[in-house]
Structure formats: structure tokens, C-alpha cells
Design a protein around this ligand. Structure first.
Ligand code: ADP
Ligand code: ZN
Length: 639
């Protein structure tokens, strides 16, 4: 942690007040308040002028006249609004004050003259008060400005306004993370292994003249362990780890990001061998062409240029390695990926079945678990989830166990945690009304039946009508096959059929449709659209691709400009609509054929709220044997 202090001699000359604008602000306010107290009050003013006075007494005008008439006054001063008088003799320490009565002055002066008492006028307005009246707004503005400047400095790491910048710019740590903490990404680990070796003994490589990559781009979906892997590289090599997020460079002021990049590299080079980790590098590294119609972002461009300059600036033998993470490498500025910069990409992929078991094994060590917990079952249930999700599931299971006052985490807790992770939090507290429950039961049974009776569809692992999260009133979980990268045409159509079956079941068995199928319809439409536009699986476009494939990294790509004719668009729309209608009609027929099986499923769902895939299969198989039916219908050849 000690490497973070900056030792720039030029900046040491900054004085205390510049370094601590907040304290300055506080002192400033106190001084102002004290001055006001001192000079604004009447008593204060009088006390400075007549130090003999120890007491002030407010009297009425008549009383004052009486005092004058009886010679108990020595001296009188008449201001614009009040009169003050110093007592004489034994009363000399008292000051009497009263408000003036206009028109009475001549009477009073006559009286004073007759008593031979000294009197004069005085100016009530105080130059100090006047001055403050003018100055105060300015002082306030300066104080506020100083306050914000100090805040800004904090958030930007200094440099602005010529004020001190001895703040910590980036966090540097010496992580304890080791490769064994990163599971399920064996290939990625192997790829960064040589970096560790280089950082441990750079001299050996330099002597050989070997060129070590300066920048390595870790590519993968969120939560796959990119940060973890970068830390593990630092941990294994036992070097300092400077970590920043790309988005933190983009601040309010142009030039600040670039300054921060400079500082970051300065520190890292000083502490070399070291690692710089830039999370979300796309925030600064976005392609300049992708700046949108508004043109580029100056701040980002400056920061990016600075980063490129820094990377080019030090030779390959300086043992500083820059690791950067992104899940959208395709939007990065090509300049970043040129040789000598981030010229190496390491894929940190979502884990497969075996990988998930390994990751679960890493994280289960953090909790106390039953000896008979079966992580393979959990891994099987969590296809498609990333390492961070799996870590969360273990933690969630431990929380569940804690809530139930158990001593250990049981398999049931893990299962429940998985379900929560997949379908959002269970809303046990919410009462579903009976009508809704009936609709959901038919809807989900429809999905389940089609999933089990359609060739190429994914098998059902669970059907539930317990509402989860905000969106899903019920859900049907499918178990996708492991390591499946290709989808055949009939499998895509099977998926459409399964999706449409929810809505179809509502129509067939309840006689009225509901809003509950919105998401299903959206997804089935998307599949058909992709078949036309991307996969070349329709007569509409034939083999012609209407939309370039986005990168395989999720969420990638920007909106694509349309590259086909209006006529093509119309044909595509009518194709999608007609196909959906055709599949929907077919699905309804098949649901009708299984009417009784659906009713049994609904009955069981109603009773238990959750049923397993095996229970679904039992019901269907029993129904099929009773009716002498052939299992596994295949969808009609229609497209
Ligand atoms: P990313 O940087 O890719 O978004 P992180 O490295 O921040 O993901 O992962 C967040 C957390 O999830 C990690 O701290 C770790 O607990 C867990 N995790 C993610 N991937 C893995 C993995 N491959 N092995 C073990 N734990 C992982
Ligand atoms: Zn549905």
C-alpha cells in the first residue's frame, strides 16, 4: 500500500491551506462569524469607544430627560435613530440609551444647554458592517468555490486548478490471489503464465532479447473472472497491482483523464516490475468511428491518445505489463490493438460443466458445508452462468442456511440458491389469486408438454407456478445440453414451438389469452428473424445474410444499418408472421392431442406448485401408453 504516495518534489511546496481546502473553508467561516460578532453588535461598538462603561441601560425618552434635568448625565451623543448618554458621578459607568423621538430634538438640546451638558451627534453606521455588506457575497462565493474545488480534486485525483495533488491516484495493492483461486479457465491461465515468469525474472528475458507482450486484453462476459485472473498474475509474480476502471478516466474536465493516465504509468514504472489493470477499457478505448453522430468525445480521445503514447513510450524491457478487460473487443479502437499495444487477446470464457464444478469447489471452501453436498448436481443446474454467479450462489446458500439456523450448508440450500439465482428472488410472501394460478399452471404445462414431446427440444428439468422476481409468474426450466455450439434447423423450430405452447395452452384450455406470453412471443419472433437474417434458413432471403453477425460476446455490436430493400423487409415480416401462425396452429393441435396429460400436470402443479421434469415425463408416458400413442412427435416440415 505504501507505493501509492507520490513523491513529486515540485508539489511539496504546496502550503497547508492549498492541501486542505476544506479546513481552509472552515477556518474562513469561523473568522467571518467572529468578525461579525465583534463589529456588528451595538454593545461591542460602544465598548470600544467608551471603555469606562460597564453597563448599558435602556430607558424611555422621558426618563432620559428626567436624568438630564437632575444632572445625573455627563455627556450625550445623538445618532440617527437613538441617543446615548453617559452617567455622571456615581453613575459614570452606566450608559443610558433610548430611541429618538423626532421633533423633540430642540427641546432636548435646549434642556442640555441649560444644564451645560456636553452633547454631539454621531454616525451610527459602522464602516466595518458596510464593508462586510459588500464583501460578504464575494467571500461566500470564494468559499463555495474552494469547497467544490476540493471535492473535484478528490474525485479526479488532483491536478486541477494548480492545487496540490498529493492524493492517491490509483489503488495499488499486492494481491494474495493465486492461480488456484481462478478455476475453470485453464487455457486463459496457461496464456498468462509466461507473463508471470517475465515479471518474476525480467532480466533473463531481456538478455535473451525476447519480446514480452506489453498489453494483454482479457476478453469475456462480465463475472467470468477477468479481474480475478489479473490479480492472480500479480499475486503469483508477487508484484504491485495498479487497478483502475476505464470509466473512471472519463470525468468532467477535458485533460484530467490524460493526466491520470500519465500519473498511473509514472507510478507503475516507479514500482516496476508491476501490473496495470484497466477494467472496462471500452470506456476509453471505444473506436473513434463509433463516436456516434455527435462526433467523438474529446475527453475520451485525449485519454486514449495518452494511453497509446504511454504504451509506446516505454521499451519492451521495462517490466510493466498492462492487462485490460472488456466484453466487447469488437468496438475497441483498432489503434489499441496494434503491435506493441494490446496485441494479445486472452479469452476468459464462461465455464463449461467441468469448469463450473471446479469454480464451485473453490468457493465452497469459503463456507461450512455438509459432507454429502453434490456440486455436480449444482453444476448441471447452472449451465450458462458465470463464475461470479456461482460464487453468489454459494454465498446465498450460506445465507439461507444461516436464516434456518443450520450449522452447515446443505444440498437443499444450494438448490434453492440456484433457483433464486436463475429466476430471481422467490416471492413467497405474495399471494397469487386462484384465477391467476390456474392460468399460469396451464401456460407452464403447455411449455412443459411441448418441450417433452417435440423432437429437438430441450428437456424439462422443473416446472413451477411459484412467482419469482417481478416478471415471471411461473417458469419452466430446461436443461440445455452441455457444450452445444450448433443448432440444427429443427431444433430452432422446436424452440419456437415450446415458446408458443404457453400462449396456445391458455387459448385451448382456458379459452382466453392473457398478457403472460409477451416474453415468449418476443423470443420466438427473434428466433425466426435470426433464421431469415443471419442463418440463411428461409426462402425469403435464401442464403443471403441480411444482418452481419454480431460478435459472439454478449450484447456486442451497435445497431446495424439496414442493408436490404424495403421489399425484402416486407417479405421477411410476412414470413415471420405466417410462420408464427403456422407453428401456433400446429402447437394447438398437439396440445389438444394431450388434453388429459395437461390436465393431470395442472392438477399436480396446483397441488405442489413445483414439479420435476421426471414427474412431467411420467405423466406423459402414462398418457401415451394408455392411448397407444407414439412418443416424441416431430414438428411438421414446413419451412
Ligand atoms: P470480471 O472481472 O470478469 O467481471 P471478476 O473477476 O470480477 O469478473 O469476478 C467476480 C468474482 O466472481 C470473483 O471475485 C470470484 O469470486 C468469482 N469468480 C469469477 N470467475 C471465477 C473463476 N473463474 N474462478 C473462481 N471464481 C470466480
Ligand atoms: Zn411462457
Amino acid at each position: 500500500m505504501s507505493q501509492t504516495e507520490q513523491q513529486d518534489p515540485q508539489k511539496k511546496s504546496d502550503n497547508f491551506f492549498n492541501k486542505n481546502p476544506l479546513i481552509t473553508f472552515a477556518l474562513f467561516s469561523i473568522v467571518i462569524i467572529v468578525l461579525f460578532k465583534l463589529f456588528m453588535g451595538d454593545e461591542g461598538q460602544l465598548a470600544t469607544q467608551t471603555n469606562a462603561v460597564s453597563k448599558t441601560q435602556v430607558v424611555s425618552y422621558a426618563e432620559l430627560k428626567q436624568l438630564i434635568a437632575t444632572k445625573r448625565i455627563e455627556k450625550v451623543e445623538i445618532g440617527q435613530t437613538y441617543i446615548r448618554a453617559i452617567g455622571s458621578g456615581s453613575n459614570s459607568k452606566i450608559m443610558y440609551t433610548t430611541r429618538r423621538i423626532f421633533g423633540e430634538d430642540t427641546n432636548l438640546t435646549t434642556l442640555l444647554d441649560s444644564q451645560k451638558i456636553d452633547y454631539k451627534g454621531f454616525d451610527e453606521t459602522n464602516w466595518f458592517v458596510e464593508m462586510f455588506g459588500w464583501l460578504f457575497p464575494f467571500l461566500l462565493i470564494i468559499a463555495i468555490w474552494m469547497f467544490f474545488a476540493s471535492r473535484m480534486q478528490k474525485s479526479m485525483g488532483g491536478g486541477i486548478l494548480g492545487m496540490g495533488s498529493s492524493k492517491k491516484l490509483v489503488n495499488s495493492e499486492r494481491p494474495k490471489t493465486k492461480f488456484e483461486d481462478v478455476a475453470g479457465v485453464q487455457e486463459a491461465k496457461e496464456e498468462v503464465l509466461e507473463i508471470v515468469d517475465f515479471l518474476k525474472s525480467p532480466g533473463r528475458y531481456v538478455e535473451l532479447g525476447a519480446k514480452i507482450p506489453k498489453g494483454v486484453l482479457l476478453v469475456g462476459s462480465p463475472g467470468t473472472g477477468k479481474t480475478l485472473l489479473a490479480k492472480a498474475v500479480a499475486g503469483e509474480a508477487e508484484v504491485p497491482f495498479f487497478s483502475v476502471s476505464g470509466s473512471s478516466f472519463i470525468e468532467m474536465f477535458v485533460g484530467v483523464g490524460a493526466a491520470r493516465v500519465r500519473d498511473l504509468f509514472e507510478q507503475a514504472k516507479k514500482d516496476a516490475p508491476s501490473i496495470i489493470f484497466i477494467d472496462e477499457i471500452d470506456a476509453i478505448g471505444k473506436s473513434r468511428a463509433a463516436g456516434g453522430p455527435m462526433g467523438g468525445n474529446d475527453e475520451r480521445e485525449q485519454t486514449l491518445n495518452q494511453l497509446l503514447a504511454e504504451m509506446d513510450g516505454f521499451g519492451t524491457n521495462t517490466p510493466v505489463i498492462i492487462l485490460a478487460a472488456t466484453n466487447r473487443p469488437e468496438i475497441l479502437d483498432p489503434a489499441l490493438l496494434r503491435p506493441g499495444r494490446f496485441d494479445r487477446q486472452v479469452l476468459v470464457d464462461k465455464p463449461d460443466f467441468q469448469g463450473r464444478i471446479e469454480i464451485l469447489n473453490v468457493h465452497i471452501k469459503e463456507v461450512k458445508n455438509d459432507t454429502d453436498t453434490d456440486l455436480e448436481e449444482i453444476a448441471r443446474m447452472t449451465a450458462g452462468l458465470a463464475g461470479a454467479d456461482l460464487a453468489n450462489i454459494i454465498n446465498e446458500a450460506a445465507l439461507l442456511a444461516g436464516r434456518k439456523s443450520q450449522k452447515t450448508v446443505r444440498q437443499a440450500d444450494l438448490r434453492e440458491a440456484v433457483e433464486r439465482a436463475i429466476a430471481g428472488l422467490s416471492k413467497k410472501g405474495r399471494r397469487i389469486d386462484e384465477k391467476e394460478k390456474r392460468i399460469v399452471a396451464y401456460h407452464e404445462s403447455g411449455h412443459a408438454l411441448l418441450a417433452e414431446t417435440t423432437k429437438g427440444a430441450k428437456k424439462v428439468s422443473k416446472v413451477s407456478i411459484v412467482p419469482r422476481g417481478l416478471a415471471a409468474l411461473g417458469y419452466t426450466l430446461n436443461t440445455p445440453e452441455e457444450n452445444k455450439y450448433l443448432m440444427q434447423r429443427h431444433e430452432l423450430i422446436a424452440e419456437v414451438d415450446v415458446l408458443l405452447a404457453g400462449r396456445a395452452a391458455e387459448e385451448v384450455f382456458i379459452g382466453e389469452i392473457s398478457t403472460g406470453a409477451a416474453n415468449d412471443l418476443e423470443r420466438s419472433t427473434d428466433i425466426l428473424k435470426a433464421m431469415v437474417q443471419v442463418y440463411g434458413m428461409s426462402d425469403v432471403a435464401g442464403l443471403m445474410v441480411l444482418e452481419k453477425q454480431r460478435s459472439s460476446f454478449l450484447g456486442g455490436g451497435m445497431a446495424q444499418a439496414k442493408e436490404y430493400s424495403e421489399k425484402m423487409a416486407e417479405n421477411m415480416d410476412s414470413f415471420i408472421k405466417a410462420t408464427l401462425q403456422e407453428r401456433y396452429t400446429d402447437v394447438k393441435i398437439r396440445l389438444e392431442a394431450y388434453r388429459d396429460a395437461i390436465e393431470r400436470m395442472v392438477e399436480l402443479l396446483y397441488a405442489k406448485e413445483n414439479i420435476t421434469g421426471d414427474q412431467v415425463r411420467d405423466i406423459i408416458e402414462a398418457y401415451e401408453t394408455e392411448n397407444g400413442m407414439e412418443t416424441r412427435l416431430s414438428p411438421k416440415k414446413s419451412l
